[in-house]
Design a protein around this ligand. Structure first.
Ligand code: SAH
Length: 457
């Protein structure tokens, strides 16, 4: 290890910055985030610095550096473009045993600025010891995606309870288990979901009953249309902490493999005409598992609230007073439309979009067709593959032109995506002659014409 990683308190302490350009702006910005008092010395001062250092606790001297500038400061940063001057500052600071950082010159640095992920009060610092700041930045960006923004709020909440917990649970081992349970349970979850007062209340309850059993909970999570990159950060986090996963056919193997490795997996089916498990049984199972104290993940294709029966499942949970949360996902319409280059709305072609189920009861048409046939509107049919000929026929019968563009997207956003386009008159024939695989989505409207120019090459 070339440097000792420490976090230095510089709040209200004077820090000297020599140099008035963009580099100084970056350093000063960081110093201000840690509430330092900045003493800036530079012959030319960037106006951004003047703005940043407006407060009375900061000073700006518009002149060249003098040795007395080092008097009484805690840290020194040399950010000039004059190498000799930087070297001079380094030597003077060194002689006074003052930690000094010469920007972009690792050889002249007693300390360096790491790349940081700031979830104050949680801060993660990454450094390549000055070897490759770019690599450190890249790593930081990766960490950024792993550390949800709610961590800062969570740390503050737990920080407030720290002394109380210490007094309540003197045994360190027991205390650690208590914290662990808290960090993996509803308190942390509520906090991440931005529900601070609920989290505080749960924390109070946990403190009032430190021996209580863990309460189970359910996460109703939208897994998006297929491409794992379209998962949300929250979906991924919950997938990695659930004890048991209930999933259906729309969830791809790739996404399923991103769940916690030792989580129990239960396939609850849902295939056309062969509903492997009736909806009431699924809802009942969610309740039972949560009542056993498990963290249950109900993973659904697309968005749980769009043709996902999510409402029914959470109604059952609410009736049994089981904590739950719903995580939206990218619905098939958004995913397929983007990946196929078909904007769902467009200033010139479509001012509204309708999501319609194409799953017609007993193959009869119980849709309000006249209502669907409107100008400047995009129609998106979910579950419409089998009914495609009826859909086209009825739309024409109710006044849509036979040459209205229509697309059918197979397995959208996955490597198996296929887009078939035609008109209301031609597409059913094209599909009948093709080997189409579910799931498929149908888009009707003039926006489909844009597919040829906007599709990915
Ligand atoms: N809740 C889901 C929809 C469930 S209904 C969502 O928001 O996307 C199931 C229907 O969704 C399928 O019949 C199909 O029409 C559509 N669908 C889901 N994923 C799809 C995909 N990757 N490509 C095309 N259609 C898809």
């Amino acid at each position: 290890m070339h440097y000792l990683p420490i976090f230095l308190r510089i709040q209200d302490r004077p820090v000297l910055v020599v140099g008035g350009g963009q580099v100084a702006v970056r350093k000063v910005t960081m110093l201000l985030r840690a509430d330092a008092h900045v003493r800036l010395v530079a012959e030319n001062v960037d106006p951004a610095l003047t703005r940043l250092l407006e407060g009375a606790e900061h000073t700006i001297a518009t002149r060249s550096f003098e040795e007395r500038d080092l008097d009484g400061v805690t840290l020194v940063i040399a950010a000039t473009d004059n190498e000799d001057l930087n070297q001079h500052i380094y030597e003077l600071a060194h002689a006074r045993h003052l930690p000094v950082n010469v920007v972009d010159n690792p050889g002249l640095c007693d300390f360096i600025f790491p790349s940081i992920v700031d979830r104050s009060p949680v801060v993660v610092a990454v450094s390549s010891s000055g070897q490759s700041p770019m690599l450190a930045r890249l790593l930081r960006a990766r960490l950024e995606t792993f550390i949800p923004s709610g961590y800062g709020r969570l740390a503050s909440l737990l920080g407030e309870a720290r002394n109380k917990v210490k007094a309540l649970i003197p045994d360190m081992g027991v205390r650690m288990r208590f914290w662990e349970k808290l960090l993996n349970g509803p308190v942390a979850e509520q906090m991440m979901a931005g529900k601070e007062s609920e989290a505080e209340q749960l924390l109070d309850e946990a403190l009032a009953d430190v021996d209580a059993d863990v309460q189970g909970e359910v996460y109703l999570v939208g897994a998006g249309p297929g491409d794992p990159d379209l998962l949300t950060f929250r979906a991924l986090r919950l997938m990695q902490q659930a004890d048991v996963v209930l999933y259906d056919r729309l969830v791809t193997e790739e996404i399923l493999n991103m769940c916690r490795q030792d989580a129990e997996r239960i396939h609850v089916g849902k295939q056309r005409k062969q509903h492997t498990m009736p909806q009431q049984d699924i809802s009942r199972m969610l309740v039972d598992l949560a009542q056993q104290g498990k963290r249950v993940l109900r993973l659904k294709g697309g968005d749980p609230f769009i043709f996902g029966r999510g409402g029914e499942e959470i109604a059952e949970l609410a009736a049994h007073r089981i904590p739950f949360q719903v995580v939206p996902g990218i619905t098939a319409a958004s995913g397929c439309a983007s990946y196929a280059g078909i904007p769902l709305t467009h200033r010139d072609h479509s001012q509204s979009v309708r999501f319609v189920t194409g799953h017609l009861k007993d193959d009869t048409c119980d849709l309000n067709w006249p209502n669907l046939v409107q100008d400047s509107q995009t129609l998106v049919f979910y579950m419409g593959l089998v009914s495609l000929p009826i859909i086209c026929e009825e739309l024409i019968r109710h006044g849509m032109t036979r040459d209205k563009p229509i697309a059918l997207i197979q397995q959208g956003t996955t490597p198996h995506q296929q887009v078939y386009t035609g008109t209301l008159a031609t597409l059913p024939g094209i599909i009948a002659r093709s080997d189409v695989k579910a799931p498929t989505l149908i888009i009707v409207g003039d926006v489909v014409k844009l597919h040829d120019t906007l599709k990915w090459q």
